[in-house]
Design a binder for this molecule. Structure first.
Ligand SMILES: Nc1ncnc2c1ncn2[C@@H]1O[C@H](COP(=O)(O)OP(=O)(O)O)[C@@H](O)[C@H]1O
Ligand SMILES: [Mg+2]
Length: 354
């Protein structure tokens, strides 16, 4: 452990609409193949489990052994020859399945492939995918918005330069010119921020990236009474990842912690190796502050794009960070005590290979 005063020393696819993406991203899904004569010719164990049926009994069984809403969809596809995608079917007692019915024309009559996904067993995965999807489109949206803004600004800048050349109100044109530069810088930064480059995965030493991030935010701390406590306990501290993106996550979490503490407080950065529920080794990085904390009603919204409680906040820091965490097969969790502080934990799969 080390402790120093920074201030004083200066120092979650399935959402896609096409059958291919549906199959590619199929996660724990069940598959049933309905052959000619409306009999089940193949059925995976997952499909039987989703339907609460015995797989052996479903094989060669007539269509009528499936739940009625599913039969209806299969008949619809058999009639129209068209796929039905991502249709929710109720199974009673608060369980529901999402079914996609795909006709396969290998001969006559048409065979039908049914892909089943539980809507109730993978809510977290589902939510993450949705969030990831929303963020991906957010990135695209911001990138095209930034592009349009930049285009518009070229015209304005040309006009202002022209006015300046003509010697008309040079003071005002100077002000406008400087503001334009500022907007340009913000838009450029936004482009970089909202549409990060494709991840380049290497073996990353997390402690090095953390130290580098702490050095980078040094100037945010100068003049404040912030105590930094480092407890680097993860051994080894290696993960597979993109160091630039991981640094972006650390910076976002560290800056949020500083902003939550104001002019004085204790910032604790801790790493540890833990085992997840499937006994896989995880590296956990905790960034804790004793700042204002987070009201319980906001906890569920922190990772939403544009959610901010700050006057000049963008509400993008945590959203982007969670997206990066998910792309690293990890996750950010938060715990907070209003008035006492917050702890953000990033878990990443540990990597010990060469
Ligand atoms: N360490 C923290 N302590 C208290 N609130 C936090 C902390 N980190 C994040 N938040 C809350 O989450 C919101 C979203 O954070 P973020 O996505 O980084 O956007 P921004 O910092 O621009 O507001 C913040 O506005 C704040 O309300
Ligand atoms: Mg932030």
């Amino acid at each position: 452990m080390s402790s120093d005063k920074l201030g004083s020393k200066g120092g979650g696819g399935l959402l896609g609409g096409n059958p291919l993406s549906l199959l590619q991203e199929c996660f724990a899904c069940g598959v049933i193949v309905v052959g000619a004569h409306k009999r089940i010719v193949a059925c995976t164990a997952e499909a039987a489990a989703h339907l609460h049926r015995d797989a052996a009994k479903l094989l060669n069984a007539p269509l009528s052994s499936l739940p009625a809403p599913l039969i209806k969809l299969i008949q619809e596809t058999a009639r129209s020859g068209k796929p039905i995608l991502n249709r929710e079917i109720p199974l009673g007692q608060a369980t529901a399945l999402r079914a996609s019915i795909l006709p396969v024309k290998t001969g006559e009559p048409v065979e039908i492939v049914v892909v089943l996904n539980s809507l109730t067993s993978t809510p977290v995965f589902e939510q993450n995918l949705r969030r990831l999807d929303r963020l991906a489109s957010l990135g695209t949206l911001s990138a095209s918005m930034a592009h349009e803004i930049k285009n518009g600004m070229v015209a304005i800048k040309t006009f202002v330069d022209l006015l300046a050349q003509k010697g008309q109100d040079t003071e005002l044109t100077g002000v406008v010119g400087r503001e334009l530069e500022r907007i340009n810088a913000i838009v450029t930064q936004m482009l970089r921020f909202a549409a990060p480059n494709r991840a380049a995965f290497t073996t990353v030493r997390v402690h090095d990236v953390l130290d580098h991030s702490l050095r980078l935010m040094q100037h945010q701390v100068n003049g404040k009474l912030i105590t930094l406590q480092r407890h680097y306990q993860a051994e080894p501290d290696t993960v597979r990842g993109d160091d630039t993106q991981l640094q972006q996550v650390f910076m976002n979490l560290l800056l949020n912690a500083l902003e939550a503490m104001g002019t004085n407080g204790v910032l604790t950065v801790k790493t540890e190796t833990v085992q997840d529920e499937r006994s896989a080794r995880q590296l956990r990085i905790n960034i804790q502050d004793n700042g204002v904390g987070i009201a319980p009603e906001y906890l569920g919204r922190l990772f939403e794009p544009f959610f901010t409680t700050k006057k000049n906040g963008t509400g993008l820091g945590l959203a982007i960070s969670q997206r990066i965490a998910l792309e690293h097969h990890g996750m950010i969790h938060v715990q907070s005590d209003p008035g006492k502080g917050s702890r953000f934990s990033l878990s990443l799969p540990a990597f010990t290979g060469a």
